[in-house]
Ligand binder design. Structure first.
Ligand SMILES: Cc1cc2nc3c(=O)[nH]c(=O)nc-3n(C[C@H](O)[C@H](O)[C@H](O)COP(=O)(O)OP(=O)(O)OC[C@H]3O[C@@H](n4cnc5c(N)ncnc54)[C@H](O)[C@@H]3O)c2cc1C
Length: 331
């Protein structure tokens, strides 16, 4: 066991990094526990991907992120976050997963894959990527089926199917088609016809080149009702006209979203509610404290899903945590 901490932060994404910096500024004893690497979610974006957001929505300090173009790539953003950690010497244990959080009389015990810690306050900054959604159909466990898209280059001149209606699926289909994969995008009509950015419509700068690939005959769009089975050689689906289509296939990308893992929070007694896209913890919108005193949340698995809020919220919340710790010492 280690020295008791003021604040233990779970997750080193933009929210966890911002919280760590605020904790250091407040003079708190803190530690970030990260099961993967620094900014692991961003590290898993497709190689070379350009962000949708502009630098002011992503950077840790005004003017600190200087991309070559208007918007940064995955690599530029990742490097920015890594250097933020290095320059501020933030305390982060990577490759260590939090597996249990227990409430004690006036603190918490945290068990990880490597150690046990005690902390007065816990901030969950765990993101929403823990459980990629599955189609739950026969063949989905074949090695050719992926729930994450990293790069198109292994699939040049291969038959690729992408399933999904959001930006991740659209981008994967675009990158595959551009780099010579014979690509099919299977998408529901309501997603294909959705033009409302507030309702999760494909970004126009993704749709435009996607439509060019369709016009050039490099990409086929199939409006479907159901994907039925995946075998080594093909995929069988039901089109929206209720036709059964069997499509030759070498690789499948199922990119239909992902869900946070709320198990640790629920075991602590934190209440949840239905969010816009998925289940979210219940918390005070001012303090981001949950119904379990001393347990706070920030980032992608709350109602504030984008990077800007993931950075901004801990800057408001950590000083409140510091204040509450100071007033509990004064009592
Ligand atoms: C392909 C893609 C493109 C995107 N593009 C954009 C964009 O252009 N602009 C934008 O604003 N947003 C974008 N997003 C969303 C963006 O990535 C999230 O808003 C952002 O990562 C949220 O930061 P976070 O710190 O809340 O969560 P994350 O960055 O997901 O960080 C959570 C961290 O917690 C760690 N963790 C989870 N559980 C545990 C545990 N039990 N123990 C230890 N560590 C744990 C995870 O490994 C992870 O590193 C995109 C998302 C994807 C998937």
């Amino acid at each position: 066991m280690t020295e008791p901490l003021d604040l233990l932060i779970i997750g080193a994404g933009p929210a966890g990094l911002s919280a760590a910096h605020s904790a250091a500024t407040e003079g708190l004893s803190y530690l970030v526990i990260e099961k993967g690497t620094i900014a692991d979610t961003i590290r898993h974006y497709p190689v070379g991907r350009t962000l949708f957001s502009t630098p002011n929505e992503l950077e840790m300090f005004e003017g600190a992120l200087k991309p070559c173009r208007e918007k940064p790539t995955r690599e530029e953003l990742l490097s920015h976050y890594v250097h933020f950690v290095l320059n501020h010497d933030l305390k982060i244990n990577t490759g260590e997963e939090v597996v249990e959080v227990k409430k004690l009389a006036d603190s918490f015990s945290v068990r990880t894959t490597q150690n046990e810690y005690h902390a007065a306050r816990i901030l969950f900054a765990i993101g929403a990527m823990a459980h990629p959604r599955h189609l739950n159909i026969p063949g989905e466990d074949l090695p050719k089926v992926h729930h994450l898209f990293v790069e198109p280059y292994p699939y040049v001149r291969r038959d690729a199917l992408v399933v999904g209606g959001g930006n991740s699926a659209a981008e994967a289909a675009l990158f595959l088609a551009e780099e010579g994969a014979r690509t099919t995008l299977a998408i529901w009509r309501e997603d294909w016809e959705n033009r409302d950015p507030k309702a999760g419509a494909m970004k126009h700068w993704v749709r435009q080149p996607l439509e060019q690939q369709i016009a050039a005959g490099h990409l086929r769009v199939v409006l479907y009702n159901a994907i039925n089975t995946i075998t080594e050689r093909d995929v069988t689906l039901t089109s929206e006209e209720e036709e059964t289509l069997t499509i030759a296939n070498d690789v499948v990308f199922v990119l239909i979203g992902s869900d946070a893992d709320l198990t640790l929070l629920k075991k602590l007694g934190v209440k949840t509610e239905p969010g816009k896209l998925t289940e979210v913890p219940v918390y005070d919108p001012e303090t981001f404290e949950t119904n379990v005193r001393g347990i706070y949340v920030a980032g992608h698995f709350t109602h504030q899903r984008h990077i800007k809020a993931a950075i901004d919220v801990p800057r408001r919340v950590v000083p409140l945590i510091a204040q509450s710790l100071r007033s509990s010492v004064a009592k």
